[in-house]
Write a protein that binds this ligand. Structure first.
Ligand code: ATP
Length: 422
C-alpha cells in the first residue's frame, strides 16, 4: 500500500505519532509512577494535542458516530491515520503524463474520457483511457483488432458502464444536452419490414412524428427504396438505413463502428462524402476503424489505441510526424551512390543504403540541398523523391516502441547500415 504523501497527511501522521506518545505517557502516569514527560496530563502540550484531536475529528470525514471516540486523546489521530491509509487512492497504472489531458484538449472537447476503465470479464480490462474528442471533427478511433475501440465507443454512449473514471459529454453550444446517434455492430433492422417501417418503429418508440423517419430516409438518399423490405437490401443499403436510424434524433454526435465494413469502393466513397457533410453541418463524427488508409483522407483527429490503451491522440499530420520523413536518392551506379552517400554523411545527414538508392533522413524540402551536395562530390543523382510516412508506418512505429522498450528502430528489410567509403 502506498502512503498518501500530501503535506496535510504528513502533518496528520506526525500529530498521530505524538498523540500515541501522549496516550502512552498518560497511561504510564496513571497506572505506574509519575514520569516527568512533556505530555503529562493537564500540561499545555497535551492541551494542544487534545485540541488537534478534536479538530481532526471535526474536519476529517469521520462518521458521526465515531466523533466522540475520535475526541479521546490519542484515538482521533489513530483513527484518522487508519482512514487515510484505507482511502489512499490506488496508484494509477500509467504515469500521469500519459493520461492527463491538456486544458486545450478539455476546452475544445465534446467528449472527454478521464482515466476511464471498463471490466469486460474477469481477465479483460480496458483502460485506463484518457482522451478528448474535439467538437465538430471527424475523429477516427484506430487500432488493431481487439484494441478496445468498440468498447471505447460503447463507453461513450453509455452501453458499457465504466468501472472507474468518467466519460463526460459537453452540452451543445445552446446549452442543451448533446444528443448522440449510434450505429454499433450491424444496424439491427427487422428484415420483414420495409425500410420506412423500420424507422417508424423507432420514431414511435421515441414519441416523434412520422415525418422524422421520412426526413432521415431522404437524408441517406433512400426515399425511393423506403417501401421495400429490408431483407431484400444489399449490405450498403442496410448500412444507409442504419445511418438513417442513427440520425433520427438529429444528433450532435454521431458514433459509428466500422461503418465501411463490407462496403464496395463506391459505397465507401459515398459514405465518406456523407460523413464530411455531417461534419460541415457542425456534427461531431466519431468512427472506429482499423483501416488507417481510410482515415488518412477522412479524419481530422485521431485517437490510436492498442491493447486497451490510448497510445496517441492528435491530427493525422501529427501522427505521421512521429517518424522522420525521408528523401530517397538514386545515382547512376554503385560508386556514384557511395560517393553521394559519403557527402551526405559528411554534411551531417543520417543515411541508409537501399540497393542502388540512398535513403536520407530529412524533411521533404532537403532535396535541393542533397542534389548540390552530390554534385559537389562529383556525382549526379538520377532521382530525388520525398517519402512521406504513411499513417500505417507511424502506427507501427508507435506500437513497436511501446511494445518493447528494448526494440531498436526498425529499418526496411533491404536496408543495411551505411559503410562510408574510405
Ligand atoms: N462483452 C465482452 N466480454 C468479454 N470480453 C470482451 C467483451 N467485449 C470485448 N471483449 C474483449 O475486449 C477486447 C477489446 O474488444 P473490442 O471489441 O473493444 O476491440 P476492437 O478494437 O473494437 O476490436 P475489433 O477491431 O476486432 O472490433 C478484446 O480482447 C475482446 O475480446
Amino acid at each position: 500500500m502506498k502512503l498518501n504523501r500530501s503535506p496535510a497527511m504528513v502533518v496528520l501522521r506526525v500529530l498521530s505519532a505524538l498523540e500515541l506518545i501522549s496516550l502512552a505517557a498518560i497511561l504510564i502516569n496513571r497506572f505506574t509512577v509519575h514520569l516527568p514527560v512533556v505530555t503529562s496530563t493537564g500540561g499545555p502540550l497535551h492541551g494542544l494535542f487534545y485540541v488537534s484531536t478534536i479538530l481532526l475529528a471535526l474536519f476529517l470525514p469521520l462518521p458521526r458516530a465515531s466523533k466522540w471516540l475520535a475526541a479521546v486523546p490519542g484515538v482521533g489521530g489513530v483513527l484518522a491515520l487508519w482512514r487515510a491509509h484505507r482511502h489512499t487512492p490506488a496508484p494509477a497504472d500509467e504515469p500521469p503524463s500519459a493520461l492527463d489531458l491538456t486544458d486545450d484538449q478539455r476546452r475544445l472537447a465534446i467528449v472527454i474520457a478521464d482515466r476511464v476503465t471498463a471490466t469486460l470479464s474477469s481477465d479483460t480490462r480496458i483502460g485506463p483511457l484518457s482522451f478528448a474528442v474535439p467538437r465538430g471533427t471527424i475523429t477516427g478511433l484506430v487500432g488493431p483488432n481487439g484494441a478496445g475501440k468498440t468498447t471505447a465507443l460503447r463507453l461513450m454512449c453509455a452501453l458499457v458502464a465504466p468501472s472507474s473514471g468518467s466519460i463526460l459529454t459537453a452540452d451543445d453550444p445552446s446549452g442543451a444536452a448533446a444528443r448522440m446517434g449510434v450505429l454499433i455492430d450491424s444496424p439491427g433492422l427487422l428484415p420483414s419490414l420495409t425500410a420506412r417501417d423500420n424507422l417508424l418503429v423507432l420514431t414511435r418508440l421515441a414519441g416523434w412524428q412520422p415525418a422524422v423517419a421520412d426526413q432521415a430516409l431522404e437524408r441517406v438518399e433512400m426515399t425511393s427504396a423506403g417501401h421495400r423490405s429490408v431483407g431484400t437490401f444489399s449490405l450498403g443499403m442496410k448500412q444507409r438505413i442504419g445511418l438513417a436510424a442513427a440520425l433520427l434524433a438529429d444528433p450532435d454526435i454521431v458514433i459509428l463502428d466500422e461503418p465501411t465494413n463490407g462496403l464496395d469502393p463506391r459505397g465507401k466513397s459515398d459514405l465518406r462524402v456523407f460523413l464530411r457533410e455531417l461534419s460541415a453541418e457542425g456534427k461531431t463524427v466519431i468512427l472506429a476503424t482499423h483501416a488507417l488508409d481510410e482515415v488518412e483522407e477522412l479524419c481530422d483527429h485521431l485517437i490510436a489505441m492498442d491493447r486497451g490503451r490510448v497510445i496517441f491522440q492528435g491530427t493525422p499530420a501529427q501522427m505521421r510526424r512521429m517518424i522522420p520523413e525521408t528523401v530517397l536518392c538514386r545515382a547512376a551506379g554503385p560508386s556514384e551512390r557511395d560517393a553521394a552517400a559519403a557527402a551526405f554523411v559528411d554534411a551531417g545527414y543520417a543515411v541508409a543504403l537501399d540497393r542502388d538508392a540512398i535513403r536520407v533522413t530529412a524533411d521533404t524540402g532537403h532535396g535541393a540541398v542533397l542534389n548540390r551536395l552530390a554534385q559537389k562530390a562529383g556525382t549526379t543523382l538520377t532521382e530525388i523523391t520525398a517519402e512521406r510516412p504513411t499513417l500505417e508506418q507511424a502506427f507501427l512505429h508507435l506500437t513497436s516502441t511501446r511494445a518493447t522498450s528494448d526494440a531498436h528502430a526498425c529499418a526496411g528489410n533491404d536496408e543495411e547500415d551505411l559503410e562510408v567509403p574510405t
